[in-house]
Design a protein around this ligand. Structure first.
Ligand code: SF4
Length: 350
């Protein structure tokens, strides 16, 4: 089947699902690429040099898809001090990192003042480094910890000079899916509401999606349409970043044992470019899938290649261990026919 598509038309849930599910992959990639060229003509593909030192792996939320978390008291549970985080960050800065993406588990003994201590310590040690901290799911958890509204937690972090936050924890926004893969985590509505409040305060955020587990094509498209609706209201999303579920080491992985094919990733990138007509950027990543899928994602409409991560732990704990140097990432982009451009966390070229 080859559902008809007109450029410039905004597709809803039903037509979007038909296109996502039924359109031949080559045609879908071409459409995604055409939309990218209309929005961002040319062949520039951005990347950022960043690091992701998780300040703790302790988490009481215990998402079924997660191989990273440890229960409080587990032998390999850890909570880093601000000094320990700074030590890791300094190593990354020495290697060229311009951004630190700081996230952790939902630790029952970490409070807002601890978050602020991390931010201040990093800022003091590395004043030019962009700090990109804590996902919407973590803000919701922290609001519970502090018995405060999430607006107050976001406001306190904004007052520390933070201007961007990562859009992690969105997974699939459908409550049916979340009740299976992440029943203890912030709901889809809470995730969206937190982003909306953050955008209202003045933050820019990314939006993510982790697919390839129990969701349906309809739920993937619904996720994208809900992001688009929020972006219409706020304009606060900089980029859409998808990745597939990695089955290694998690309860869900033990139950399912399968992962999405890389072709699904390219399909997701292309449909995102088509449906997210109000998003400036769509990411395709060598890191979260593989090099070929990342390159093909660029041919399906993505314009950003994500981070050259100096440190990453979450996917590594799920058996997905990738490493590449800055020059390797630039070569990967060039070999796909694009021009690599280093960017900052607001997607401006450096
Ligand atoms: S995904 Fe995040 S919230 Fe869920 S268990 Fe892992 S660390 Fe905790």
């Amino acid at each position: 089947m080859n559902p008809p598509v007109q450029m410039g038309v905004r597709y809803g849930r039903e037509e979007g699902t038909d296109i996502f599910r039924d359109m031949p992959l080559g045609r879908l990639m071409t459409l995604g690429y055409e939309v990218r060229q209309r929005r961002l003509p040319g062949h520039r593909v951005t990347y950022v040099i960043d690091t992701n030192p998780n300040y703790t792996n302790v988490c009481t939320t215990r998402c079924a898809f997660c191989a990273f978390f440890r229960k409080p008291g587990d032998p390999d549970a850890y909570l880093l001090s601000p000094e320990q985080v700074v030590k890791k960050v300094r190593i990354a800065v020495d290697r060229g990192a311009t951004t630190v993406l700081l996230q952790g588990g939902h630790h029952p003994d970490v409070h807002l003042m601890d978050w602020i201590a991390y931010i201040r310590a990093i800022r003091e040690a590395c004043p030019t480094l962009h700090i990109h901290p804590f996902s919407p799911a973590e803000y919701v958890y922290m609001a519970g910890q502090e018995k405060a509204h999430v607006r107050d937690i976001l406001g306190a972090i904004y007052n520390e000079g933070i201007r961007t936050i990562p859009g992690g924890g969105a997974e699939i926004l459908s409550e049916r899916v979340r009740s299976i893969v992440a029943p203890g985590k912030a709901s889809g509505e809470e995730w969206l509401e937190t982003c909306e409040i953050a955008h209202g305060i003045g933050f820019k955020t990314t939006a993510t999606m982790m697919y390839g587990h129990v969701e349906s094509p309809e739920e993937i498209v619904d996720h994208l349409v809900r992001l688009r609706e929020l972006q219409d209201r706020t304009g606060g999303f900089t980029s859409f970043i998808p990745w597939s579920f990695k089955s290694g080491g998690s309860a869900l992985g033990r139950r399912r044992g399968t992962e999405a094919h890389p072709a699904e990733y390219i399909r997701v990138v292309a449909i995102a470019r088509l449906l997210l007509d109000n998003f400036p950027h769509v990411q395709s990543s060598w890191f979260s899938e593989n090099i070929a899928a990342g390159q093909l994602g660029l041919m399906a409409g993505a314009d950003d290649f994500g981070g050259v991560l100096i440190e990453e732990n979450v996917l590594k704990d799920a058996g997905h261990d990738r490493a590449a140097t800055i020059s390797h990432v630039k070569t990967i982009i060039r070999r796909a026919g694009f021009e690599p451009v280093q960017r900052d966390s607001l997607y401006y070229p450096l």
